[in-house]
Design a protein around this ligand. Structure first.
Ligand SMILES: Nc1ncnc2c1ncn2[C@@H]1O[C@H](COP(=O)(O)OP(=O)(O)OP(=O)(O)O)[C@@H](O)[C@H]1O
Ligand SMILES: Nc1ncnc2c1ncn2[C@@H]1O[C@H](COP(=O)(O)OP(=O)(O)OP(=O)(O)O)[C@@H](O)[C@H]1O
Ligand SMILES: [Mg+2]
Ligand SMILES: [Mg+2]
Lengths: 227, 227
């Protein structure tokens, strides 16, 4: 469902070029569960932004479900970002003046739900990440791990078939991490495609294969024999 | 050097009271290295904000180097926050329109350094966290782990004797985490007091003792026999 061919991403900083991604080719099948690892600055989030149709590469091609993403119109890209892909950002990106409930309900507005249906659906997803008693808190009235879970809930609320999670357990204790990874396991079991960036081997071991990035290139892809 | 007695912190949300901290009493000696653990929402960051003189408790008392913090004037509190305590925030809190260099140099402005001295000192500290080649990047031109390291560098630039680090390795791969924890070990060896909030047992094991919070209370304090 995901076909990347010779993807590169270069940032121009004055006279200096930063090669965030150099040459990444990757195939991810439907219902596959992939972990992406690599050192700080190796290009993981840059790769996730391209996969999530939030950024375009400098070179190479990205085919999603057989269609070339660079040929898609804005309206189709917006629909894909809202309905097909759920993105958990490394730095959460919550709306600071809205409650947890309103943050989670926002993707449902684009999907055309009524206000009552949005509130009920958003509350349900917040409960599934353990935040049933925090839904009327704004982000600055929540702990770091609670904000992270609001970001996770928002990514899942439209039942996307592709879940992109950038360090989803970075701020969570082991018990809460286990709850989130069990939730991802269930989503995988339901047929969805899951891609998780993590720096923790324990979290990577929930996936079927582990892609390791190094300096903007794919260093290795290992099958996880424990799954 | 740190003496907390029956500290509580309550937030009023409409008619509901949230007890972020219920009854925390704790003594931390000079040159002690303490790790704080506990589930998401158990009160760790709230405790750190009180320790860092960034927030005041609802009840109880906090004595720092023998002085009651609640009796201190604003000028003295500002001096302590700038010179005595280095704080690494869980969500970094960098200035978005300034470069890494300017973010790290800011505490040196209050400390009265010349511009040339500030730039040199800030570059030196950024190099010590592996960001020597990223100092003119703004936060949105940095990876998550790079932003985290800018926050760490900024906390250390004024050579504070008390370092409060809230999840300093949450976005770092194992090699980079090891570099940061080695840096903290060196600062500890130099006589400073280190308090680290972490959800990872590997990181907590660098400390001499581990304080575990649960629902706003201290559940246990264990000596780390491996140190
Ligand atoms: N301004 C606020 N208003 C209301 N409740 C708050 C506020 N700030 C924090 N809380 C609540 O206080 C509790 C403790 O928050 P705190 O940030 O200290 O947790 P934490 O242990 O650091 O969690 P994490 O590991 O997720 O970062 C949480 O349940 C949070 O929802
Ligand atoms: N807008 C930008 N301009 C210049 N350089 C950038 C920009 N965005 C990212 N970079 C650089 O590209 C590289 C890759 O960044 P990326 O965020 O993909 O890393 P990462 O693997 O996600 O790291 P981390 O584990 O720290 O989150 C980094 O070295 C970063 O400094
Ligand atoms: Mg990243
Ligand atoms: Mg916290």
């Amino acid at each position: 469902v995901i076909h990347l061919e010779h993807i590169s991403k270069v940032y121009q900083m004055g006279t200096v070029q930063i090669h965030a991604l150099r040459d990444v080719s990757l195939d991810i099948l439907p219902n596959q569960y992939v972990a992406i690892m690599g050192s700080s600055g190796s290009g993981k989030s840059t790769l996730m932004n391209i996969l999530g149709c939030l950024d375009s590469p400098s070179g190479g091609s990205y085919h999603l479900s057989g269609n070339d993403v660079s040929n898609m119109k804005d309206k189709e890209l917006a629909r894909i970002r809202n309905q097909e892909i759920g993105f958990v950002f490394q730095t959460f990106n919550l709306m600071p003046r809205s409650t947890a409930l309103d943050n989670v309900a926002l993707p449902l507005v684009y999907a055309g739900y009524s206000q009552k249906a949005r509130r009920n659906k958003a509350k349900e997803v917040l409960e599934s990440v353990g935040l049933g008693n925090r839904y009327n808190h704004k982000p600055n009235e929540l702990s770091g791990g609670q904000r992270q879970r609001v970001a996770i809930a928002r990514a899942l609320v439209n039942h996307p078939s592709i879940i992109l999670a950038d360090e989803p357990t970075g701020n969570l204790d082991s018990t809460t991490s286990y709850e989130i990874m069990s939730l991802f396991d269930e989503l995988h079991r339901q047929g969805n495609t899951i891609i998780v960036v993590t720096h923790e081997e324990d979290i990577a071991n929930y996936a079927q294969s582990i892609v390791r990035l190094k300096d903007g290139n794919v260093e290795s892809i290992e099958e996880n024999t424990e799954r």
